[in-house]
Design a protein around this ligand. Sequence first.
Ligand code: FES
Length: 162
Amino acid sequence: MISATARKKIENVITRYPEEEKRSALLPALHIVQNDNQGHLTEEMMKEVADLLEITPLQVYEVATFYTMYNLKPIGKYHIQVCRTLPCALMGAEKLVAYLEEKLGIGLGETTSDRLFTLTEVECLASCGTAPMMQINQNYYENLNKSKVDQILEELKQKATS
Ligand code: FES
């Protein structure tokens, strides 16, 4: 169920659009709900968003499944999103993913058993000049190589336990 706080925020976003264009608030509404629910959306929440925006649950679901920034199942504390679009691919994104899979012991779309890391691939994150790169939660990590990845994961693990 959407929390009262999230509902209030969505209602506030809706006021930015003309009454007949409530649906335009869909992307920010989904962000609000997801951030409020430890990083993922549930079917029930998507239905509630549909009610608030006066659209069908299917319209919400179509959008939530189209964009990789929405998660339809629980994710780990750190969501690692590796860019796989051409510039990053040319600079070794595939090898980077393979290294992360090996290091974390999970495949794409999976979460480590300690619930710390979820690994996914995404399309261009608009940082092509510093390929290969990845986003973890709200932060960008660029010009990556194996030792940088080791260092980043170690820092995040330490942060999580401190
Ligand atoms: S191709 Fe990776 S950030 Fe654009």
